[in-house]
Design a protein around this ligand. Structure first.
Ligand code: LFR
Length: 488
């Protein structure tokens, strides 16, 4: 059988990667051919935290060249983090910087938006969870601070759409990434004009979203080589990750674990009733018409920032120190707003402890352990909420993404949630990205087929609960997790 070779551009909020996926009709393999840093930095002109889109584009082009140098490329597609966007003018030039969702410009804007349309109404229309950084609020901040950018804009492209445009010259908006904006009508799957008006966006700035798996156009290499189809995967990295997650049925929850922990279930129908609204579940659009009924939890971001601040050489050292530290000693609410982007993560944690009477962590191990313990308890909170929402038990949890390599956190998740946890594969965003391209090329007929091949191509590790969480620890966490959440 012939081999299909697709390039997944997996652009994350700390690094970008070009990954070649190979499918020989039997098994899938992944090879990383290029990796580069991608971090927001302060813009000299506006003071905003912004992305260096030109550097990302250069990294992406270099990655594609390396992929071509190593063999024929059947197609290429880009997936990225959610919500951030670029504005283009009538000449297709960028207007203003691409601001990062971690910028503080949206800190107080939600209430201003709710004055114009109540939160319940926004949820009823979109079925999307409230997060300070959703595109809706970023655009409201743009309208407040830089209305001239919106005046001049003729196209709004989410990050994957922008890079698809740079590769192919074609303008498009892809559905899964469009759902992260909180501007899409849940039913029609098209932009909601009333919501666009709310944040000063003229109709026509975005195109009707195309489904994942749509061929956007062609990339014509500078050296005159054969044109390469540019195929939109699930443009949202989480959509791509879940597409490749070998889920074991409707009652298995996923946690896509990386900078964020995205926890939820896959569903054929959205959940946007009163319970879903009260619990703030989002219905992000998935591949093949499915929904990801999920929440964003602060995830490994806190630990990434701590590692930098504490000067710990490797992530493994940090996990080892945490494993040796006392469990359930200090608890935090990882979703507290202060952790979204503080000047110092250590100070943010000690400040939280002082305010809530939690013992202050005393060394690297204590700090890291407090984050892992608290994340595991957060998983339990969301598991309980998913059970309330769906009226049936969650029977198992699958952890995918880079964070699934963290054996301590995997075990803590099994202990806190008291269900079996299965960890892996690791590179699910790239995998799902490439597999959806392969589906568009006719190599796979369905998500089920993709998942069956993923299952026999990659290792997973199973964890069973080993201990239970003391009742008083859980009560403490519940009390702490009620306040000032940034993301859920
Ligand atoms: C994960 C992710 C989340 C999104 C967050 C910010 O990489 O895409 O799904 O909420 O980044 O965009």
């Amino acid at each position: 059988m012939t081999t299909t070779r697709c390039v997944a551009m997996d652009l994350g909020s700390s690094s970008g990667r070009a990954i070649v996926a190979n499918y020989d009709g039997d098994r899938l393999t992944l090879t990383e051919v290029h990796r580069f840093d991608n971090r927001p930095y302060p813009d000299a002109e506006t003071g905003y935290q912004i992305w260096n889109l030109d550097a990302v584009e250069a990294g992406m082009r270099e990655g594609l060249e390396k992929a071509r140098a190593s063999g024929p490329v059947d197609s290429v597609g880009v997936c990225t983090w959610g919500v951030d966007f670029a504005l283009l003018d009538a000449e297709l030039r960028r207007i203003g910087p691409a601001v990062s969702y971690r910028d503080h410009r949206t800190d107080t804007i939600m209430d201003r938006v709710f004055e114009k349309m109540p939160a319940d109404e926004i949820y009823r229309r979109t079925g999307i969870h409230f997060q300070t950084y959703n595109t809706l609020y970023q655009l409201a901040a743009t309208q407040r601070d830089h209305p001239e950018w919106l005046e001049a804009a003729r196209h709004l492209l989410l990050m994957p759409d922008y890079f698809h445009y740079r590769l192919s010259g074609e303008l498009s908006n892809e559905y899964t990434i469009a759902t992260t904006t909180q501007l899409l009508d849940l039913e029609s799957r098209d932009w909601d004009p009333a919501l666009l008006a709310l944040c000063g966006v003229r109709p026509g700035l975005m195109k009707t979203p195309v489904p994942a798996g749509t061929r956007i156009g062609w990339h014509r290499p500078d050296d005159g080589g054969d044109p390469i189809p540019v195929i939109a995967p699930g443009g949202h990295d989480t959509a791509s990750a879940v597409a490749a997650a070998p889920l074991g049925g409707a009652d298995e929850a996923f946690i896509s674990s990386g900078t964020w922990s995205l926890m939820g279930v896959e569903s054929a129908r959205p959940f946007a009733d009163e319970t879903a609204r009260r619990l703030n579940f989002g219905n992000e659009g998935g591949v093949a018409g499915r929904y990801r009924v999920l929440k964003n939890l602060m995830g490994l971001w806190i630990i990434q920032r701590l590692r930098e601040e504490l000067g710990v050489a490797s992530f493994g050292n940090l996990v080892a120190a945490a494993a040796a530290a006392e469990g359930w000693r200090t608890l935090i609410n990882p979703d507290d707003r202060r952790f979204l982007n503080p000047p110092s993560m250590m100070e943010a944690i000690t400040g939280f402890c002082a305010e809530h009477g939690e013992p202050v962590p005393e060394g690297v191990g204590d700090f890291a352990r407090c984050v892992f313990d608290s994340l595991a308890l957060d998983y339990r909170r969301v598991k309980n909420e998913l059970e309330e929402l769906r009226g049936r038990p969650i029977k198992a949890i699958r952890i995918i993404g880079g964070g699934s390599k963290n054996m301590l956190l995997n075990q803590l998740a099994a202990d806190a949630c008291q269900v079996a946890v299965s960890a892996g594969p690791v590179e699910t965003s790239s995998l799902g990205n490439a597999c959806v391209q392969m589906m568009a090329l006719g190599r796979f007929a369905s998500l089920e087929e993709i998942r069956a091949v993923v299952r026999c191509s990659f290792e997973v590790t199973d964890y069973a609960p080993r201990q239970t969480v003391p009742a008083d620890v859980w009560q403490r966490f519940v009390a702490l997790s009620r306040h000032k959440r940034a993301v859920v």
